[in-house]
Design a binder for this molecule. Structure first.
Ligand code: PMP
Length: 366
């Protein structure tokens, strides 16, 4: 028998998945029970696949308590395509969209929206290296804006909104790619939520969109001008089966949702996530050798970013950590430093191992 060796994978996405989900996929890889066909082979028009998709949607609805007037869409193109689809569907000529600029991904969303229409940056923490989330008084919204766009967790900088900003009647659009289902989410406060699956939901290839039904009218009004594949209303009318969906990613995400429900749902996983992050931040703050890069009140529970006293030491830290079975700790190339991504499925034992490694590294190199 070969033994399977899994390292602790701190990658930001694609990222670690729950082991029971991988085991179930492995067990059923050749043939889905009762179907006799692999998920890799099954027709997306089969009733069996339709049932898999419907079950994934039902479990997503249960987990996030999604109200009935929201549609759940399984799309492709990543969160990056949503940077374009959101304004293409929702931003009328002559109208303005407000964007809150909290990091590199928000910047990319702004860049794409500007190609479609008028953009107003309602707040930005760029001058502070995106080390914090703006306070309520800093956010200047445009009366009658088409929507307000925010990034709930800034994957690269390691910051996270602790409360949803109040936008009054303006529709709130949130890129939740890196904290979706890591904590309870008040869907009713949003008009549209989108997230790439490859961090907290499943494998890459699937993009989840949760959209309030009234916004679909804006898409319908653009039926003639919008490319069909870019039109939310088309995907909603066709129940995400307008074209071939990423069947394997939908299936795997469905299994992760079942796993999350078995963990006790979003409040329960949030408690675990808070405990895991608190252990790491406590170590970062303990001696001054490590330095957290995010302001304390903005610290992300998903992506923990920190620096060492020199880039030289950071290089050695990554090398030694990798050798010790702690993989993927190098920060994003845009900001440097370290980043420990500790999504839902990341085991607490891996956090404990990193804390021990950090203490040992400081003893040897501090
Ligand atoms: N938004 C955020 C917050 C992200 O973290 C990422 C990916 N790391 C993206 C958008 C882009 O996602 P994708 O690669 O799925 O296009």
């Amino acid at each position: 028998m070969t033994t399977i060796h899994r390292v602790f994978n701190f990658a930001a996405g694609p990222a670690v998945m729950p082991v029971p989900v991988l085991e179930e996929m492995q067990r059923d890889l050749l043939a889905l029970p009762g179907v006799g066909i692999s998920i890799f082979e099954i027709s997306h028009r089969s009733k069996e696949f339709e049932a898999i998709l419907a079950q994934a949607e039902a479990d997503i609805r249960t987990l996030a308590s999604i109200p009935g007037n929201y549609r759940v869409l399984f799309l492709q193109g990543g969160a990056s395509l949503q940077f374009s689809m959101v304004p293409m569907n929702l931003l009328d000529a002559g109208a303005t969209a407000d964007y809150i600029d909290t990091g590199s991904w928000a910047e990319k969303a702004i860049k794409e929206a500007k190609k479609v229409g008028n953009v107003h940056v309602a707040a930005s923490t760029k001058a502070d290296n995106y080390s914090r989330i703006p306070s309520a008084p800093e956010i200047r919204l445009t009366g009658g804006a088409a929507y307000v766009h925010m990034t709930s967790n800034n994957t690269i900088e390691g910051t996270e909104w602790k409360t949803i900003p109040s936008t009054g009647d303006l529709p709130l659009v949130s890129d939740t790619s890196s904290d979706m289902f890591s904590r309870p989410i008040d869907v009713a406060k949003h008009a549209l939520i989108y997230a790439g699956a490859q961090k907290n939901m499943g494998p890459a290839g699937l993009t989840l969109v949760i959209i309030r039904e009234d916004l679909l009218e804006r898409s319908k009004a653009r039926a003639q001008s919008l490319p069909t594949m870019m039109n939310y209303a088309v995907h909603a009318e066709n129940k995400s089966l307008y074209n071939t969906p990423p069947a394997v990613a939908v299936y795997a995400t469905g299994l992760v949702m079942k796993w999350l429900i078995a963990q006790g749902g979003l409040a329960a996983i949030a408690a675990v996530n808070e405990r895991k992050a608190a252990k790491l931040y406590a170590e970062i703050d303990r001696s001054g050798f490590y330095r957290g890069t995010a302001a304390k009140d903005s610290r992300s529970l998903m992506n923990v970013t920190f620096r060492l006293p020199s880039e030289e030491l950071e290089k050695t830290f990554v090398q030694d950590a990798t050798a010790a079975g702690l993989d993927g700790l190098k920060g994003h190339r845009a900001v440097g430093g370290m980043r420990a991504s500790i999504y839902n499925a990341f085991p607490e034992a891996g956090v404990d191992a990193l804390v021990s490694f950090m203490q040992d590294f400081e003893r040897r190199r501090g």
